[in-house]
Design a protein around this ligand. Structure first.
Ligand code: ADP
Ligand code: MG
Length: 838
């Protein structure tokens, strides 16, 4: 007895969630039989879901045998022998079941003109198409449960209102009074095609899933879309056959559930299949007339027949429909006979017709594009905009694809050769199968106990009817004493029954009351819970606000930090660049310096080597020259000696045997001083300046040292000399002490002494003071003539006695030393000069 008044939206906007169940668009193929048996057939059904196209002979010849045997697959293929009933069972029947279960459906036929679209949808006498069969099944199912006319009333916004029985009755009476001739099947003019001719009684179908506790009502509308304009075919406007006015086109609107509808379109409430079919034929007729009058071609228009089913639950007593608009459930089935899909060229359209044709093709093209994009979006997860709005047909059915519903398409095929080229458009149909549409979900619309419709025919109703009938209570005879007691008895009986009923009702009321109170407490509980939840929500809201503020400040901080980081990074980059530049420069300079150093070293060693060689060469040359001169002089002296000896004949000098003069050579240089060692006079000759003509006087060898005299000395003490612990040390007053002799010192003095240390044969160090005179040479140089040697030697008292005979080897050493000394000076001067020039 209770019901929840919770509002369940009829068709809420579909939420785009992933767990929505989807079904692919059902695409069926129907092959019609050939017009004549001898015609060439180019379509073959190779399985229950596949067809194969064979290129016609003419085409094969034209293309030199290059053709493709194309195959297409569909949800199901219906061959030429498929009857209308079979097609209905497979394709339309599930849609009618859905309609009764409050689910929307869309069914359209697609194909070239003459392929059997209209035949499939409408049918012909004895072979009713899907439309009459669907209507038949619908009315067979809801027949006894239909609401009285005008209880359901379409509003202007694609919804359906509900009004009370009384209002509905008043409206009915008003309509009847306006219609002079009441419309009854008996008085009806015979329609062009009667429904009775369409379907045989044994082919009638009925749904088993009908909810008997609901009341139903059917509304139909019929529109035509021609040249992308929508026309209402059920409009009541009188058609002026003399001066035909172009009919008013309609616009599309979107209702609150996002369904598109034709604004202001006539919706006729129909109560039977016959009535519905009559309305359909009325529209058909109007379409035909308009097309003839306005010179249109019907094959170029789309026709849309919509069956709308409104259902609302009966109240708890099952007497009346619940007066709650929110409980009205509306579903619709659209049956669309699309325009011919052939290409414009084939229709030989001209002028305005061409434009129309273009438009029609355009709307079918849009349908195609929409399907392609939908498929792409669904398969690839893209979110491309589907251009539903580009044509009226696609716009009208937008919500079937975007929202939910069941979509089916029947592709009609004429297998004749002429249609071969057009049949290639079946690729579109095949592709459409991959588009998925959200499956409509079951929605419980009310929460009332089942079986309400028959409630009042139950025990309570029976009780009232079971009251005993009153006996005749007319008193004609005053003596009649039977009538009254019988009446009293019956009345008492009735009274008892009434009391029983009252008690029953009281009991029911009590039960109801207790149920009500428990419901009240339940509602109360829920209310308090709701309040608590609201508080929690409020708290959470403030918390969210706080967090939002915090996140904003944090975002701001992050922003600033990011900017700072960017600045620092920029700085870092520029500094790094600078550093790299500097490093490169440094490297360059370093390598330059290394190269320079190497070059300079090379130059120095080269020059050094050159000069050393040059020096050696010059010394050798000089030596040779001097020796030559010496030799010449010797010769001359000998000759002079010989002359003197000859002249004095027997003087103080004994005659010497003449010697064969010998030319000096380098090899002999070494032995020469040894030969001359006995005659020290020869030694100074070696040191004579180049152009000396006078020979310096010879001094006696054994004389007192004159080192203590007044002359100025150059005291040459080589740095390599060791300091010896001797008592006797030469003391030379007025001496210039040098470690290496130089020209400057020599030019200031007349005497030269070299402190020469060497190892004696007994292993002791011997210091020799080699003395000489300093001369100025003609060339401006200095020459030293060695004159004297003093030897200082330390000896160990335990060593063997000093052997005097070792005196001579010492002298040889001295001579050698003299030669090397001269070379030493020369080289020294030269090196000095080189260094200056560098
Ligand atoms: P469309 O509407 O596609 O232009 P129609 O439905 O008007 O084509 O069909 C053209 C003709 O072919 C009609 O006379 C129709 O009776 C016939 N026809 C079409 N399909 C069939 C079919 N499956 N069985 C028998 N006749 C058919
Ligand atoms: Mg047709």
């Amino acid at each position: 007895l209770c019901y929840r008044k919770g509002k369940t939206p009829r068709r809420p906007a579909l939420k785009k969630t992933n767990n929505v169940e989807k079904d692919p668009v059902g695409v069926y193929c129907r092959i019609r039989p050939l017009g004549a048996e001898d015609e060439e057939c180019c379509v073959e059904m190779i399985s229950s879901s596949t067809i194969q196209l064979h290129a016609p002979d003419g085409l094969k010849a034209n293309r030199n045998g290059e053709y493709k045997e194309t195959q297409y697959s569909f949800t199901k293929v219906f061959g030429i022998n498929t009857g209308q009933m079979e097609l209905f069972e497979d394709v339309a029947r599930p849609l009618v079941e859905d309609l009764i279960q409050c689910k929307n459906g869309l069914l359209f036929t697609y194909g070239v003109t003459g392929s059997g679209k209209t035949y499939t949808m409408t049918g012909s006498p004895g072979e009713g198409g899907l439309l009459p069969r669907s209507l038949d099944m619908l009315f067979n199912s809801i027949g006894p449960f239909q609401a009285k006319r005008f209880v359901f009333k379409p509003d202007d916004k694609n919804g359906i209102d509900i009004q009370s029985q009384v209002d509905a009755l008043l409206e009915r009476q008003k309509r009847d009074s306006q219609q002079s001739v009441p419309k009854t099947p008996s008085s009806r003019q015979k329609a062009d095609l009667e429904f009775a001719d369409m379907i045989t009684p044994e082919e009638s179908r009925k749904s088993k899933n009908i909810d008997e506790d609901c009341s139903y009502s059917v509304f139909v509308s019929y529109v035509e879309i021609y040249n992308n304009y929508i026309y209402d075919l059920l409009e009541d406007a009188q058609f002026d056959s003399v001066r035909p006015k172009p009919p008013q086109s309609r616009i599309l609107r979107e209702d609150q559930n996002h369904n598109m509808y034709v604004a202001g379109c006539t919706e006729v409430e129909v109560k039977s299949t016959e009535e519905a079919f009559e309305v359909f034929w009325k529209g058909q007729k109007k379409r035909r007339i308009a097309n003839t009058q306005l010179n249109r071609e019907s094959s170029r228009s789309h026709s849309v027949f919509t069956v709308k089913l409104a259902q609302a639950p009966l109240d708890a007593d099952g007497d009346y429909i619940l007066q709650d608009k929110n409980q009205v459930n509306v579903s619709q089935l659209c049956l669309v006979d699309l325009a011919g899909s052939e290409r414009t060229s084939r229709t030989r359209a001209e002028g305005s017709r061409l434009r129309e044709a273009g438009n029609i093709n355009q709307s079918l093209m849009t349908l195609r594009t929409c399907m392609e994009i939908l498929r792409e979006n669904q398969m690839c997860g893209t979110n491309k905009m589907v251009p539903y709005r580009d044509s009226k047909v696609t716009h009208l059915f937008k919500n079937y694809f975007d929202g939910e519903g069941k979509v089916k398409m029947i592709v009609c095929v004429n297998p004749k050769a002429d249609d071969y080229e057009e049949t290639l458009v079946m690729r579109f149909a095949e592709m459409t199968q991959e588009v998925e549409v959200a499956r409509p979900v079951d929605r419980p619309i009310y929460h009332l106990a089942a079986g309400r419709r028959h409630r009042n025919q139950g025990p309570a109703g029976g009780l009232i009817e079971s009251l005993p009938a009153l006996p005749p209570c007319e008193l004609v005879d005053p003596t009649d004493d039977q009538t009254l007691p019988r009446l009293i008895e019956v009345l008492e009986q009735r009274h008892r029954i009434r009391q029983m009923m009252t008690e029953q009702v009281k009991f029911m009321l009590q039960q109801f009351d207790s149920q009500m109170s428990s419901k009240d407490t339940f509602v109360h509980d829920q209310q308090s819970k709701l309040n608590e939840k609201e508080k929690v929500i409020l708290n959470q809201k403030t918390e969210i606000e706080r967090l939002e503020k915090k996140s904003k400040t944090l975002e701001y901080k992050i922003d600033i930090l990011q900017k700072t980081t960017e600045m620092y990074e920029q700085d870092k980059r520029s500094l790094q660049q600078e550093l790299e530049g500097q490093e490169q420069m440094l490297q360059k300079e370093l390598s330059e310096r290394r190269r320079m150093e190497q070059r300079m070293q090379g130059v120095v060693t080269d020059t050094k080597l050159k000069w050393e060689k040059e020096c050696e060469r010059r010394v050798n040359a000089k030596q040779l020259e001097m020796q030559n001169k010496l030799w010449v002089k010797d010769e001359k002296l000998k000759q002079l000696k010989a002359i003197v000896t000859e002249n004095s004949s027997g003087g103080s000098f004994p005659p010497e045997p003449p010697k064969k003069p010998e030319r000096p050579s380098r090899e002999r240089d070494h032995t020469m001083p040894q030969k001359r060692s006995a005659s020290p006079t020869a030694l100074p000759v070696m040191f004579q300046p180049k152009h000396t003509t006078t020979v310096p006087p010879v001094r006696p060898t054994h004389r007192r040292s004159r080192s203590a005299g007044g002359e100025k000395w150059v005291d040459h003490k080589p740095a390599s000399n060791l300091e010896l612990d001797t008592v006797m040390q030469p003391i030379i007053p007025n001496a210039i002490k040098v470690s290496t002799p130089n020209e400057k010192a020599l030019s200031k003095c007349h005497k030269y002494v070299l402190r020469h240390q060497e190892l004696a044969s007994d292993g002791e160090i011997e210091t020799k003071l080699i003395k000489g005179d300093v001369f100025k040479t003609r060339g401006g140089g200095q020459a030293v003539q060695f004159t004297d040697i003093e030897t200082l030697k330390q000896e160990c008292p335990t060593a063997p006695r000093y052997n005097i005979s070792l005196k001579y080897p010492g002298l040889i050493m001295l001579l050698r030393c003299s030669v090397s000394l001269q070379m030493y000076f020369g080289v020294l001067f030269m090196i000095n000069k080189i260094e200056d020039s560098i």
